[in-house]
Design a protein around this ligand. Structure first.
Ligand SMILES: Cc1ncc(COP(=O)(O)O)c(C=O)c1O
Length: 402
């Protein structure tokens, strides 16, 4: 069989995934990889996880090993509803859906809201796996500017007005409001209000992916988009960054009328998310371990963020600028004109033994060459300075040769 010619047009539309190749680099010990957005395994509370695993198997016996209800087990949905209510978005159980991680949540939403040819509005740079998910549903894109404070409201309004003028109603707006992947930017409260107002005025749902919200190192959290507009703003989240990605759990909070078709979509996606994982997660939270893990993660990531910012200030040649995120995993670099981060990647990996993700991966068409994303969460703290020095040397050399 010629398998190369078999993949459907839906899968071919995604294109080749550069992320998969770049993630593999973390397995090569000689490479200091700032590429993959992986949590630091030192943040995982292994003993506590072993304790809740034993407890769940004793207390719930076979229930935790069977299939569960498609929208999630009730104690888990109740806890999520409580958590969202505590975050300022009053939530009923019927407004929550447990998913198999953040990407699965996005895939469900795209399956329910996006028809082939529909326009999805994304802030760019955008989380690249989200672009892949929307592409797999044959979407088109309208890009909106993201600056150091996240999605720019005027840019959103202009994009929606232009689409309206052409008679196009977008399927949804996608944004990562806190410590955005890849820019590290966080939307302040006033921008959040403006964005939900604009989205509601044009009648377009806004999907807020809050994967990193819990990992705030300083300052206070602005309101959730879904707290500002519970009807039109859909909240998605993942346990991958503050619990562990191995559990494969996430959730969606949305009006009950949208949860219903999402449940239908989930029946063809995976029928239910890990029942064992949900019971364990619920028990983990009940013991206060979620808060303990978040506190530990914040401590570790704050040190790593500081080490990276310090190294960038020390080593980067003039003309290179970078963000200083208040949380999350990522720093976004802007390079002087004439330097292309994609063209330098091969030399970075194979000569300097340092890896990053080129900026162009985060745009729906060819843009972003003057940017790159650095992730500080996974790399050993003690190697951050050396890795940044190598990268700075490479960029300095490229600048000298302009
Ligand atoms: C913004 C954002 N959403 C979702 C995810 C993916 O979550 P999960 O691994 O749970 O599918 C990530 C992971 O990098 C992310 O950065």
């Amino acid at each position: 069989m010629d398998w190369k010619s078999r993949p459907s047009s839906r899968i071919r539309a995604i294109g080749r995934s550069d992320v998969a190749d770049i993630l593999k680099l973390s397995e090569r010990p000689e490479i200091i990889s700032f590429a993959g957005g992986l949590p630091d395994p030192d943040t995982f509370l292994v003993d506590e996880i072993a304790r809740v695993a034993a407890e769940v198997l004793t207390d719930t016996g076979r229930a935790a090993l069977g299939y569960g209800p498609t929208p999630g087990i009730t104690p888990m949905r109740e806890w999520l509803a409580e958590r969202m209510t505590g975050w300022g978005r009053p939530t009923r159980v019927a407004e929550t859906l447990v998913t198999t991680g953040g990407i699965a949540a996005l895939d469900l939403l795209a399956g329910v809201l996006v028809d082939p040819g529909d326009v999805v509005v994304v802030g760019e740079p955008a989380y690249l796996a989200a672009l892949h998910v929307f592409r797999s549903y044959r979407s088109q894109f309208a890009g909106v500017e993201v600056d150091q404070l996240g999605m720019v409201p005027d840019s959103l309004e202009t994009a929606l007005a232009e689409l309206q003028h052409r008679g196009v109603k977008p399927a949804l707006i996608y944004t990562v409001p806190s410590f955005q992947n890849p820019s590290g930017a966080t939307l302040p409260g006033d921008r959040r209000r403006q964005l939900v107002d604009i989205a509601a005025r044009f009648g377009v749902p806004i999907v807020a992916d809050e994967a990193y919200r819990d990992l705030r190192f300083e300052g206070t959290s602005p309101p959730l988009l879904s707290a500002l507009d519970p009807d039109n703003a859909i909240h998605i989240n993942t346990f991958s960054k503050f619990f562990n990605p191995g559990m494969r759990l996430g959730w969606i909070t949305a009006p009950a009328a949208l949860i219903e078709p999402l449940i239908v979509a989930k029946q063809t996606q995976d029928q239910c998310s890990s029942t064992l994982g949900q019971y364990m997660c619920r028990a983990f939270a009940r013991h206060g371990f979620v808060d303990r893990q978040i506190a530990r993660a914040i401590e570790i990531y704050t040190r790593k963020r500081d080490a990276m910012v310090r190294a960038l200030r020390t080593h980067m040649p003039p003309g290179v600028t970078f963000t200083r995120p208040e949380g999350g995993f990522y720093v976004w670099l802007t390079l002087p004109p004439g330097i292309d981060s994609g063209a330098l990647l091969d030399t970075a990996i194979n000569r300097e033994n340092v890896a990053y993700v080129p900026g162009s991966s985060f745009f729906h068409h060819s843009e972003g060459q003057r940017h790159l994303r650095l992730c500080y969460s996974y790399v050993a703290e003690t190697t951050i300075d050396e890795g940044i020095a190598r990268l700075a040397g490479l960029l300095g050399h490229a600048l000298d040769n302009l």
